[in-house]
Design a protein around this ligand. Structure first.
Ligand SMILES: Cc1ncc(C[n+]2csc(CCOP(=O)(O)OP(=O)(O)O)c2C)c(N)n1
Ligand SMILES: [Mg+2]
Length: 290
């Protein structure tokens, strides 16, 4: 989607810098813990970046207030992306991430509410949307103006609960619900269309009563502009097909099924860091020195 964004360049530059920083953190966590979901974290991290730094009203200070926005990480296996962004927001010290997967650490391979900033335990796919629908319905009933955001994987869409929740979302006119699909075209065992073809997605979601939009889910400027236009249609739940690349940001991980949950070797990690440094240098070329 092309947008005529009015968002100032310095804000977009900061968001692009954040994405590089978060990608570094994701790789650091997985390399240190020797476990994690690399590809799916790299594909959704730009979306999380824009949500937390530009769009949603969620901070460590307001987290205990019911009328703030809410975020549910439905594709819970990609928890490293969420940890990176929450650390960046100051929900916990970034050093806590070095305890990932260690005995008695709360930083485990899927989100739990033991970690500050995490709204809901997820990991079994297909639950985040139904939970979000319930939260959005409660907000409507209480006449609150907050919004409920969730990110699902495209492989996750094979779960029947997604479609039951979708029927409810439009039945109750939940225009405060923002459902985002990380449409990276891969799931755990192959291409989404090969494992279980769910296309045509736009038509399916439209038939279920959503206002549907497409976006380049790895482009922070497009994401920010699209989120600025929420809600898309009054009385309809919002559905965003965010077209992404699994493993985005590291050449040899991109669009590769083997990086669903592979851990980089020392040599691979070094190359990945080099590529992220090059991306940072490219930002300087685009925007000039800071
Ligand atoms: C109910 C359930 N079934 C199976 C799994 C195992 N599993 C973990 S990730 C994954 C693939 C998910 O693919 P997708 O939703 O496309 O995620 P992404 O590509 O963003 O990593 C599967 C099947 C699970 N977590 N939950
Ligand atoms: Mg996928």
């Amino acid at each position: 989607m092309k947008t005529n964004s009015l968002i100032p360049n310095e804000i977009i530059r900061k968001l692009e810098q954040n994405s590089i920083l978060y990608r570094r953190t994701v790789l650091h966590i997985i390399y240190t813990a020797k476990a994690g979901h690399t590809g799916g974290s790299m594909s959704c991290v730009d979306i999380l970046n824009v949500l937390y730094n530009h769009t949603m009203n969620i901070t460590p200070q307001n987290f205990d207030q019911i009328d703030r926005d809410h975020y549910v990480h439905s594709k819970g296996h990609s928890v490293e992306a969420l940890y990176a962004v929450l650390a960046g927001q100051g929900f916990f010290p970034i050093e806590s991430l070095d305890t990932m997967e260690k005995y008695e650490s709360d930083f485990i391979g899927h989100p739990t509410r033991n970690v500050p900033g995490i709204e809901q335990n997820t990991g079994a796919l297909g639950h985040g949307l139904p939970i979000s629908v319930g939260m959005a319905l409660a907000a409507k009933k209480d006449a609150r103006n907050n919004r409920i955001f969730t990110i699902m994987g495209d492989g996750e869409l094979t779960e029947g609960s997604i479609w039951e929740a979708s029927a409810s979302a439009s039945h109750y006119h939940l225009d405060n619900l923002v459902a985002i699909i990380d449409r990276n075209g891969l799931q755990i065992s192959g291409r989404t269309e090969k494992v279980m073809n769910m296309e045509p997605l736009e038509e399916k979601f439209t038939a279920f009563g959503y206002a549907v939009r497409h976006v380049d889910g790895n482009n922070v400027a497009e994401l920010a502009a699209l989120f600025d236009s929420l809600p898309f249609e009054s009385g309809k739940p919002n559905l965003i097909l965010a077209h992404t690349v699994k493993g985005k940001g590291v050449s040899y991980m991109e669009d590769s099924i083997s990086w669903h949950h592979r851990v980089p070797t020392d040599a691979e990690y070094a190359i990945a860091l080099q590529e992220l440094e090059q991306a940072e240098n490219a930002l300087e070329k685009t925007y000039g020195r800071q």
